[in-house]
Design a protein around this ligand. Structure first.
Ligand SMILES: NC(=O)C1=CN([C@@H]2O[C@H](COP(=O)(O)OP(=O)(O)OC[C@H]3O[C@@H](n4cnc5c(N)ncnc54)[C@H](OP(=O)(O)O)[C@@H]3O)[C@@H](O)[C@H]2O)C=CC1
Ligand SMILES: O=C(O)C1=N[C@H](C(=O)O)C[C@H](O)C1
Length: 247
């Protein structure tokens, strides 16, 4: 499998290049960074592209890949419903091309999101705290957004109302961001990599589900799993869990 990496010099991209070079059955044929000619992906015969770049450039990258029939495994964040709909539109004109957009490739983070969704219907209260390094481009994290959406959907399905909160006066931002009715708080601390807590509460008890990526190598096995499977999943897939057998 010939693989090109977009954002190859970046913090995650460099790790992905290493993993692709070391893995069996994958060959790194192109490294592309800001300012490079993306056409090298076609010239090098890349069958799959991995994108860990920036929310501002990822859509242009993906349009190029889809138009040129190259499958894409995307870790870059910044995807909302509008962007996903645009991607689906491009893919409708490119039968057979697969794009995987995953807010988090680490297995622990995928399980954390799953456990949080499973617990959501049992608790009146829930809030999310995401903690990252201070060089992160976006807030809240893609993982926190996705977790909030999953938790909110589980609460709706269970017939739970809004999360209780009697706050009637506060400084802007003191209660975090509202994502689908779920409060999300972001910390940017030197020394951290990528961490998240989902704090749930009911009568007389709390449950905290926490995940820590201590090193960016935590994303590589999931990225490689995506690279190997994306061609067999034409169209758009959101979340690596759809490629994994978690049951
Ligand atoms: N889904 C997941 O599991 C994970 C997702 N992420 C996400 O991945 C993204 C990248 O994170 P991170 O590696 O920390 O960021 P970095 O800033 O370290 O890396 C981004 C890289 O992309 C390059 N780049 C910028 N524009 C382009 C372009 N048009 N074409 C090719 N390369 C470009 C940058 O180059 P230059 O520096 O020269 O501008 C840089 O090398 C973020 O959105 C982050 O949230 C991160 C970790 C895990
Ligand atoms: O920028 C990062 O570092 C990370 N970004 C992703 C996100 O926004 O969820 C995944 C992980 O949290 C690391």
């Amino acid at each position: 499998m010939k693989v090109g990496v977009l954002g190859a010099r970046g913090k995650v991209g460099a790790e992905v290049c290493r993993a692709v070079e070391e893995a069996a059955g994958t060959e790194l044929v192109a490294r592309v960074d800001a300012g490079d000619d993306i056409g090298v992906l076609v010239e090098s015969g890349a069958e799959v592209v991995v994108d860990f770049t920036h929310p501002d450039v990822v859509m242009d990258n993906l349009r190029f890949c889809v138009e040129h029939g190259i499958h894409a495994v995307v870790g870059t964040t910044g995807f909302d419903e509008e962007r996903l709909a645009t991607l689906r539109g491009w893919l409708a004109d490119a039968p057979g091309v697969g794009v995987l957009v995953a807010p988090n490739f680490s297995i622990g983070a995928i399980l954390m999101m799953r456990f949080a969704a499973a617990a959501a219907s049992f608790y009146e209260s829930v809030e999310i705290v995401e903690l990252h390094h201070p060089d992160k481009a976006d807030a809240p994290s893609g993982t926190a957004r996705r977790t909030a959406e999953l938790v909110a959907a589980a609460r709706r399905e269970a017939g739970l109302g809004p999360v209780p909160d009697a706050t009637s006066t506060s400084l802007d931002g003191a209660r975090g961001a509202d994502v689908d009715g779920i409060r999300v708080h972001g910390l940017r601390i030197r020394g951290l990599v990528a961490h998240q807590e989902v704090v749930l509460g009911g009568v007389g008890e709390t449950l905290t589900i926490r995940h820590d990526s201590l090193d960016r190598s935590s994303f590589s096995p999931g990225v490689l799993a995506g690279v190997r499977a994306v061609a067999a999943h034409p169209g758009l897939t959101v979340g690596l869990e759809h490629y994994l057998d978690l049951d």
